[in-house]
Design a protein around this ligand. Structure first.
Ligand code: TRP
Length: 335
């Protein structure tokens, strides 16, 4: 039974590579903060990954494992939160199939998140890709989740999930909670190249698993104010990636303010601003790297966490699905 004293969180990532610092401020931080307050389920959405890349299962598995380690590394506690593999819960496919009947094609192709992704990645999308919001609705509603911490780009998908839940409830009777989305402290983190969004595929990401040397190289080559040629030129702080990162990751607010003041006056060079950012980011990543290494060195322990988590998650889903089948009357003739 659902533990009535605690509300539920379901969220996760499509494994398309390792997670980056944009994921951290956009979504991961909320997971960590809320894991003790909510009954928390973290999904490794490998079925979603097949929807855009069915030809490379080994690559998907590699990504799944890395995203799994990233989640542990940032501080999700496997004793508190349940981390699980989507495909280990076949009931999700079942719910997905039922939900496919409730969404019109025209509604589906209007989803702005899906439209943007198709444009951005220049895809000729598979049916599964266009339908991924429906699979995501199945992920969320299979747990009867109350809250879904996600990045800002996912809001239209959560809206569609709410629509599906309402349609189901209106048709078959109250079954699903209407889930709420929760976005992170920084909705959309800029890329190191100054592009609007940090992304795994864009080659402009600082990964949570970057080592010190890689981090240094990336930080020193961050795009800054293009109009500033000399350190004595007054520079622009607003919208400048290097300061956006300082604001997001440097806990020393006095130092950040001082750097901003001097940047605007033309009394500090890019190099010093970047060096200080490197120190702040490196301090932030150090414990994350350490925890990642702990699990990298103990693959058996990590695997056990995933197996146990998937079992636990499946139990929760089976309770919800029992009710769903009854409501839809789908198996009435054989039960
Ligand atoms: N589509 C999400 C993303 O790309 C990942 C995801 C899959 C997800 N299923 C989910 C997120 C369920 C929240 C809830 O980031």
């Amino acid at each position: 039974m659902k533990d009535n004293s605690k509300k539920r969180i379901l969220t996760g990532d499509t494994p398309t590579g390792r997670l980056h610092i944009g994921h951290y401020v956009g979504a991961l931080e909320n997971r960590i903060e809320l894991q003790n307050t909510y009954e928390t389920y973290i999904l490794l959405a490998n079925v979603h990954a097949y929807a855009s890349n069915f030809k490379e299962p080994d690559k998907i598995n590699d990504s799944v494992y890395n995203v799994f380690l990233d989640n542990l590394a940032v501080g999700l506690d496997p004793k508190v939160a349940t981390i699980f593999l989507e495909s280990g819960i076949p009931e999700i496919y079942e719910l997905y199939t039922l939900f496919l009947t409730m969404v019109t094609n025209s509604r589906l192709v209007r989803n702005p998140t899906v439209k943007d992704e198709i444009k951005y990645k220049k895809l000729d999308p598979s049916v599964a890709f266009i339908s991924y919001p429906i699979l995501q609705a199945a992920d969320i509603l299979a747990f009867n989740a109350d809250l879904v911490p996600v990045g800002e780009d996912q809001l239209p998908v959560i809206e569609q999930t709410r629509e599906i839940a309402r349609t189901f409830n209106a048709t078959y009777g109250e079954t699903f909670v209407i889930p709420e989305a929760k976005i992170g402290r920084v909705a959309r983190l800029v890329g190191t190249d100054g592009k609007l969004k940090m992304s795994k595929s864009g080659g402009n990401a600082i990964l949570l698993s970057d080592d010190e040397e890689t981090l240094k190289k990336k930080v020193m080559s961050i795009y800054t104010d293009p109009d500033r040629i000399h350190p004595t030129d007054p520079g622009k702080v607003e919208g400048n990636p290097v300061f956006i990162y300082h604001d997001a990751f440097n806990p020393d607010k006095v130092e950040v303010q001082d750097l901003k003041d001097r940047y605007q006056k033309g009394t500090v060079g890019d190099i010093e601003v970047k060096q200080k950012l490197f120190i702040a980011l490196n301090n932030f990543l150090m414990p994350i790297r350490e925890k990642r290494k702990y699990y990298e060195d103990r693959p058996e322990e990590a695997k056990e966490i995933l197996i146990e988590g998937t079992k636990r998650a499946r139990k929760t889903v089976q309770e919800v699905m029992k009710k769903v089948r009854e409501r839809v009357k789908i198996n009435d003739l054989i039960t």
